[in-house]
Design a protein around this ligand. Sequence first.
Ligand code: SAH
Ligand code: SF4
Length: 396
Amino acid sequence: MTADAPITQDVLTIPRKDLPQDGRANLLGLSRGALRDALIAAGTPEKQARMRTGQIWQWIYHWGVRDFSAMTNLAKDYRALLAEQFVIALPEVVSRQISEDGTRKYLVRIAGGHEVETVYIPEEDRGTLCISSQVGCTLTCSFCHTGTQKLVRNLTAGEIVGQIMLARDDLGEWPEPGVGTGESGPRLLSNIVLMGMGEPLYNFDAVRDAMKIAMDGEGIALSRRRITLSTSGVVPEIARTAEEIGCMLAVSFHATTDEVRNKLVPINKRWNIAELLDALRAYPKLSNSERITFEYVMLKDVNDSDEDARRLVKLISGIPAKINLIPFNEWPGAPYQRSDKGRIAAFADIIYKAGYASPIRTPRGEDIMAACGQLKSATERARKSRAQIAAETAGQ
Ligand code: SAH
Ligand code: SF4
């Protein structure tokens, strides 16, 4: 190391893939209670544990510090003890692609060599991070690219909150320790949507723990109103989402009859439209302005008729709702087409006239395959295209 090397160099050279072998436990993603237990087990006197937990929590989640030696309000020998036993390790960014429209897609490698994608979408008044909760998905919605990839595993809470932290790293959004309070100005990363790979309600505990960390006022401190969890309709877990997380809810509705929804969102065979709507009606309204978002992907000649729009309005009557129309994002080999612009506008008009906000979501990051429903790990994509090439060659 040269004399003028930055002090934080150690952080950059943590050999992440060696973590399981070197035996040090990762503190990332632990709840406050679990962090406290880990600190006590490592030799922190019980009387000090609460205070130490608060200090270390702030270093990790407020200041973005990963190097124990930089935690200057802790005694030197205590810092050394922490470094011997623990690491604060994020999943690794394998690659970053930036779209023409400023959307950033990160390919993120987690333990075991698996990959997920995380997408940052800058807008005028906000910056939204779309995060993944599983590698692949067990569900098989017929219009979704992720649904063609078999589930590999659930992400841990650390891997979920780690996606927020790696995006803040890339955006340079951590405050500088010792300079001000770190509370200045509008945020580049102001909103979270759980709309990446996976069904968040099939990984409930880890998603809850990660979102609690993201909402904690002494850390990343995002308001629960700026976090939206999207589910395909795992009915028994919907009430728990309100009780245990308290974030905003979006539902992948996509059809107005059970016949069509069974094909598009096969979980509908387990919990049909009526059961789903009952669960949504019971979703407690936490304040007057809060609405449930109904996501509706516009598929040409499948679910986009005027009749569908009218049925949709009828079905959701009585639920405080907004309807998000998503022009279908095409992917190689997809069995559907995007509805025409005029059709989408006519559909939106019927909903709007019935008194609902009905924004048409502008597709973002399409050129880098970062749009909703296009996410799929690069290795999977490569495998698929190799299989396709083989099939094509065989057919010649
Ligand atoms: N599994 C969850 C969250 C991830 S998908 C869910 O299904 O809700 C996020 C949103 O993108 C869902 O509404 C999903 O239905 C939608 N989506 C999936 N594939 C799409 C595609 N190809 N084009 C547009 N939207 C898509
Ligand atoms: Fe899974 Fe959601 Fe895609 Fe359906 S739309 S396959 S639930 S990620």
